[in-house]
Ligand binder design. Structure first.
Ligand code: AHR
Length: 332
């Protein structure tokens, strides 16, 4: 009797153990889960809307090329719109992409403010937004990630270079980018942050040249008329405006790069040519070749994979001594 009780207990335990094994082998493992989950999209399934700002600079053209070439290389269906530097056109582009039910939207916001309503419309439609290059001042839940440069740091770098070029003593005129744009705001602020420690570094004038060469020329012409030989340095928020300024300085009869030190941002080919000619003293890099990183993020986002909220680009500073060596390898 005692033996049969023990036997029964062992048999019972064996049965329970077997039950557990059966249960666990029936539960969905990694494979089972994959079968029931939504199939992952590939680049060939992706439909992406990109609301480009315009074609205001060498930088912007390079950014457009990078996005278009990478879409083609990966087989992504790209819906591309050029907003001609107008926020209302970018908003219209976003609404078009929402109506077309794209998978994801990329946008370099022409200015920082005024996006909440349309971003909310995209969110309500379940379409994620990736901020590319320029930040938009919206609540964190209205965009999935921001891929681009650290504009504040670019401003700081430009200031440090300017201090060393002028031995901490200069009368600077500043050509600001598009008013209320993220790069103009960051480069303006970062530059002043560093200059605050150098009382002899004075910004004697500051005006927007809208990131274009034509406006840079126009603004610099009027600054030359206003301040003449008092100007000893130019800080341009991009290379295109610096090239316009160089022309205005030459027209005035001074030598850019020598009489007036010039520092700009972007590191586009035109800046390297100007450095080789001795007319520009330094350019802080801002990388427009964001296509590969952008589509990688887009695919992850539509497949529900985690992405960091901020993806910074890696950038350097270039001087005339680097120019001859670097120019042939420059892609923009
Ligand atoms: O947002 C990046 C800036 O936009 C570049 O520095 C400028 O050249 C462009 O137009």
């Amino acid at each position: 009797m005692r033996i049969s009780k023990t036997f029964l207990a062992i048999a019972l335990l064996l049965l329970i153990a077997q039950g557990c094994t059966l249960q666990s082998s029936q539960a969905p493992g990694p494979q089972g889960a994959a079968l029931s989950a939504k199939p992952k999209k590939t680049y060939q399934d992706l439909v992406v809307g990109y609301a480009q700002i315009g074609a205001e600079s060498e930088w912007r053209t390079a950014n457009t090329t990078s996005i278009k070439q990478e879409a083609e290389r990966l087989g992504v269906e790209l819906k591309f719109m050029d907003a001609q530097q107008k926020q209302e056109n970018q908003i219209l582009a976003l609404r078009t992409f929402i109506a077309e039910k794209v998978d994801v939207i990329g946008i370099p916001a022409v200015v920082e403010t005024g996006w909440e309503e349309v971003f909310q419309e995209a969110k309500d439609a379940g379409i994620p937004i990736i901020l590319v290059d320029r930040f938009a001042d919206v609540p964190e839940d209205q965009y999935v990630t921001y891929l681009g440069s650290d504009f504040l740091e670019e401003g700081r770098k430009a200031a440090r270079v300017m201090v060393s070029l002028t031995n901490g003593n200069a009368n600077i005129v500043e050509l600001v980018g598009t008013i209320d744009s993220a790069p103009a705001n960051g480069r303006y602020k970062g530059f002043r942050e560093i200059l605050a420690d150098y009382p002899l570094m004075k910004i004697i004038d500051s005006e927007s040249g809208d990131f274009t060469r034509a406006r840079g020329l126009e603004v610099m012409r009027s600054m030359m008329q206003k301040h003449g030989n008092a100007i000893t340095a130019v800080y341009a928020h991009n290379d295109d405006m610096a090239l316009g300024a160089i022309q205005a300085i030459e027209e005035y009869g001074l030598t850019p790069g020598a009489d007036i030190k010039i520092v700009s941002v972007d590191a586009a080919k035109g800046a390297f040519e100007a450095m080789i000619a001795g007319k520009l003293n330094a350019t802080v890099e801002c990388n427009p070749l964001l296509g590969p990183q952008f589509f990688e993020l887009a695919l992850k986002v539509v497949n529900g994979e985690a992405v960091p909220k901020r993806v910074p680009s890696i950038e350097g500073i270039f001087f005339p001594n680097d120019a001859l060596r670097v120019l042939p390898t420059r892609k923009y």
